[in-house]
Design a binder for this molecule. Structure first.
Ligand code: NAD
Length: 298
């Protein structure tokens, strides 16, 4: 099989691992300094319902990150059988608490609670996750809004790695409201040509083969095969899966790293950026609340 010069060059290029952990640590330090310089103590309220172990871990990491950045936080843990009305009441209380700048409800919620009703109850100007329908709509329209943390972290990683998106073909696998749809909107806003794939996409390999930038947000270990990738493609692996031995792994088969020009590891890629972007959203909401928008971007 003959290879084009471009393919050879791409194959010979360095296979970079994108270090989300290091970038997230730097951004968190910068946010601490920015909040201190602005004389504010951003405060994030996190509501957790039930005792799901993954949710406990995620919430714990978010609260710890707040403390390390010098931010204040509130951790509201409600029982699994809490009524929807009681949860809404808690949100209303936080909505009217002037000391709280950002509110987040850890998902998923128990089945008896309406997720959309709960997310819509959060004041849009305290919406730390950017999941309120008004903010989701604003993002879709290309207007200013709190941006969901994982998609925001992905764009920040691409920017930091100086990966240009204009005119590139970006393929997103996964169409969730949390990752797939918002990241596709952000990539589109950066002039990428975007394809969104999902569980009913008939020929995933063919779609992925056209990707200059691939974002996989599915949650299936080894789904993305190295032979599907265009040599030199950039792979952003959002998936978090646990191997039978208990190790964390992404959606991309490990051999993808040999074909991609750059790839995010799991763990240590997108995950840490999600927490850093949550702090950034909270910081920005606190700045807006104080009427101090327009602080220099770090
Ligand atoms: P989700 O379950 O809501 O969505 C999964 C998506 O994958 C769906 O849109 C579905 O259509 C698609 N899908 C399922 N099987 C497929 C297949 N065989 N081929 C193509 N598409 C398929 O999940 P989510 O909340 O978007 O999360 C996706 C993954 O990302 C999970 O592993 C989750 O743990 C991880 N995640 C990581 C972070 C982070 O910070 N790193 C944040 C959020 C989610």
């Amino acid at each position: 099989m003959t290879e084009s010069a471009d393919e050879k060059a791409a194959q010979n290029s360095e296979h970079r691992r994108i270090d989300g952990k290091a970038l997230a640590a730097r951004l968190r330090r910068e946010l601490k300094a920015r909040a201190e310089a602005a004389g504010i103590i951003p405060c994030l309220a996190v509501i957790r319902v039930g005792e799901d172990p993954a949710s406990r871990t995620y919430v714990g990491a978010k609260i710890k990150a707040c403390a390390e950045a010098g931010f204040a936080s509130r951790h509201i843990a409600l029982p699994e059988d809490v009524s929807e009305e009681a949860l809404l009441e808690e949100i209303r209380r936080l909505n009217s608490d002037a000391d709280v700048h950002g509110i987040l409800v850890q998902l998923p919620l128990p089945r008896h609670i309406g997720e959309h009703r709960v997310l819509a109850a959060i004041r849009p100007d305290k919406d730390a996750d950017g999941f309120h329908p008004l903010n989701a709509g604003r993002l879709f329209l290309g207007l200013d809004a709190p941006v969901p943390c994982t998609p925001r972290g992905i764009l920040r990683l691409l920017d930091e790695e100086r990966i240009s998106l204009r005119g590139k073909h970006a393929v997103v696998i996964g169409r969730s409201n949390i990752v797939g749809k918002p990241v596709a909107s952000l990539l589109l806003a950066r002039d990428a040509t975007v394809t969104i794939c999902h569980s009913k996409t008939p020929n995933l390999a063919e779609e992925v083969r056209r990707a200059d930038v691939l974002v996989s947000a599915v949650g299936k270990a080894g789904l993305v095969r190295p032979e599907w990738l265009k040599p030199g493609a950039v792979v952003i692996d959002v998936g978090i899966n646990r191997t039978p031995e208990g190790r964390l792994t992404g959606d991309a088969d490990p051999a993808c790293a040999e074909v991609a020009s750059a790839i995010t590891p799991v763990p240590g890629g997108v995950g840490p950026m999600t927490v850093a972007m949550l702090l950034e959203n909270t910081f920005e909401l606190a700045m807006a609340a104080k009427g101090k928008n327009g602080a220099p971007d770090a």
